[in-house]
Design a protein around this ligand. Structure first.
Ligand code: DGT
Ligand code: CA
Ligand code: CA
Length: 577
């Protein structure tokens, strides 16, 4: 599948056009939009072209005649002239360099023209020989920041996000299931534990024809090349840039294999020690007594039970106290994947979303949501087309009209993603804030404040009595941007005193709060909202990443306000009602 390669090229064209003289931002946006649609497309673009021609291409959101022709050219000839021409002018690795936080196309090209920097390698060299700080417009501070960002990038190298890997793993598993070569196919490893990033994909298969399974897998579209292939275990390199271990096991050891290969390693080691203390032995083949007789192996539940503990959900298996609780029968009863009935953080065309309020609401209704809170950006967030007070008033009226039209099938709540400004004040007038059912507040600009000032900024906002939910609290982007410097203990205390709800933003690049901070926040008695931060209807699918993260944070249904019906939810939110 060439979708990713094409999307990358379009994205790079956008970066290069940005450098051309004149105001080209419409063109830049068009290329970026097309790149995003193609990257997230389920169908192979080459198939679309083959089956439905140019018309088919133009049906892809963001693709018109011009961009369509370029995609066609690339699929047919392996080249895109526009790309090659621009590349001759700007021979640098935009894809690599834009991953460094703070580096955009304009800075990149300056670094190229002045210092000959073309990729991450030459950037690293320029930093270590302190050539950047001498450059006009950069300075010592900016060189130090670049060095830090580069280090961060290197430390996260190689691990894909949950949102990148899970759909891919599921697609492989589904194809294996449909092949009729397997009785059962399950995803194991860190993906089953819903970790925020994963090192590789692990898939377990029950089959009596392991060889055929491996051959089938080797020929899947997702597979780029075979790294190693044995009778019952193979490792493939996938086109998305990670590897995939596939193991074929027997039906009668499936439970113990799942228990072993789900990990974590540390959880597995501890389980094994406990089994030994009880006179058993535990391996991927089963739980055995002293005589070597298998006493449990087909099901995971049975294994946990026979060792003398309650079943531990995969998301909790990190050896951070869950085993001790399972022995004492004191495990939390985790929130389940179907428990969320409303989404309190949703964007629309009123700011940087792709669909209208009505479209988002009717899709949410279709997937069973009882309410959604529309929370478009406030004025300071100008890159996301944030709204001023007057525009918010218009938007509230539209929501009133829609609620009437929807006749209670789903309730649309009025909210806004309101910036917490540098001094801790909120980005809209009190009158506008009062009109909202609840206020979602967060830090966007001026991210580089020190820990003390940033903590004070957030505390000022959360103690204003106007904030319902603190959205994506730490502001981190996984593998891309570090969290804000915050004293979370101090903030959680203030949040508790002011009944502010903590968000778990399910957007796969965010997962914020993360598992560890969720457990910390819960220890302060705080409540949570799991939101998708959807910018288009298909983003509602992200909810499972948020619920997975909540489960990793040991949350129960009662900790999460958007599992409640609307009356109870609004009460828990200390809304303006
Ligand atoms: P990852 O891939 O780095 O995100 O993390 P995992 O947990 O998926 O680790 P991976 O793929 O290396 O191995 C999958 C599981 O296999 C792991 O969670 C536990 C099990 N496992 C691997 N190596 C060992 C080991 O040396 N001892 C034990 N007890 N289990 C292991
Ligand atoms: Ca793995
Ligand atoms: Ca593995």
């Amino acid at each position: 599948m060439q979708n990713k390669a094409i999307a990358d090229m379009l994205e790079e064209i956008a970066s290069m056009i940005e450098l051309e003289p004149g105001d080209r931002h419409f063109e830049v946006r068009a290329y970026r939009r097309a790149a995003l649609s193609i990257e997230t497309l389920q169908e192979d673009v080459a198939d679309i072209l083959r089956n439905r021609g140019m018309e088919g291409l133009k049906e892809i959101s963001g693709v018109g005649e011009g961009i369509g022709a370029k995609i066609k050219e690339f699929i047919e000839t392996g080249k895109m002239r526009k790309y090659d021409e621009l590349k001759k002018k700007y021979p640098v690795d935009f894809k690599g360099l834009t991953k460094v936080q703070g580096l955009g196309p304009k800075k990149i090209i300056k670094l190229y023209r002045k210092l000959g920097i073309t990729d991450l390698e030459s950037l690293k060299k320029a930093i270590s020989s302190h050539r950047i700080m001498k450059l006009e417009g950069f300075g010592e501070k900016s060189e130090a920041e670049m060095e830090k960002a580069l280090g961060f990038l290197e430390s996260s190298k190689g691990r894909l996000t949950l949102g990148q890997a899970l759909p891919e793993a599921e697609s492989i598993a589904t194809k294996l299931r449909k092949s009729k070569l397997a009785y059962r196919v399950e995803v194991a490893g860190s993906l089953r534990r819903m970790r925020e990033t994963i090192g590789d994909i692990d898939i377990l298969v029950i089959s009596s024809e392991p060889k055929k399974v491996m051959e089938f897998a080797a020929n899947l579209d997702e597979v780029d090349s075979v790294i190693a292939m044995g009778e019952t275990k193979a490792t493939f390199w996938l086109t998305i840039g990670t590897s995939c271990d596939i193991r074929v096991v027997e039906q009668n050891s499936f439970g113990s294999a799942m228990q072993y290969f789900t990990g974590s390693k540390s959880h597995g080691v501890k389980m094994r020690q406990i089994a030994i203390k009880k006179g058993f032995s535990l391996s991927e083949y089963g739980l055995f007594d002293k005589k070597g007789k298998a006493i449990a192996s087909e099901s995971e539940e049975e294994i946990y039970k026979r060792i003398g503990m309650d079943y531990i959900e995969p998301e909790m298996r990190e050896n951070i106290g869950e085993i001790e609780l399972a022995i004492k029968h004191m495990l939390p009863k985790l929130i389940r994947y179907g428990d969320v009935v409303g989404d309190l953080h949703v964007h629309t065309t009123h700011s940087d979303g792709a669909e209208k309020i009505e479209e988002m609401a009717s899709y949410a209704e279709k997937i069973g949501m009882k309410y959604i809170g529309i929370s478009d950006h406030s004025q300071s967030e100008f890159v996301a087309h944030g709204m001023d007070d007057a525009k918010f008033m218009e938007y509230f009226k539209e929501i009133d009209r829609l609620n009437e039209k929807l006749e209670g099938r789903i309730r649309i709540l009025k909210s806004g993603e309101v910036d917490i400004l540098k001094d801790g004040s909120l980005d809209l007038s009190n009158k506008t804030l009062d009109e909202m059912d609840y206020v979602l507040a967060t830090v966007h600009g001026n991210r580089n404040m020190d820990r003390e000032s940033m903590t004070k900024r957030v505390i000022t906002a959360l103690s204003s009595g106007r904030v319902g939910i603190w959205a994506h609290p730490t502001g981190r982007l996984i593998n891309a941007r570090e969290p804000l410097q915050l004293d979370l203990d101090k903030i959680f205390e203030v949040a508790k005193d002011n009944d502010v709800v903590m968000e778990i933003d399910a957007y796969p690049d965010r997962l914020d709060l993360n598992d560890e901070n969720i457990r910390k926040a819960k220890s302060y008695g705080l409540k949570f909202a799991i939101d998708t931060d959807a910018h288009r209807a298909s983003n509602f699918d992200f909810i499972r990443y948020g619920i997975g993260t909540a489960r990793r944070g040991w949350l129960e249904k009662k900790d999460v306000i958007n599992t409640m019906n609307i009356e109870r939810m609004l009460k828990a939110l200390k809304a303006n009602a």
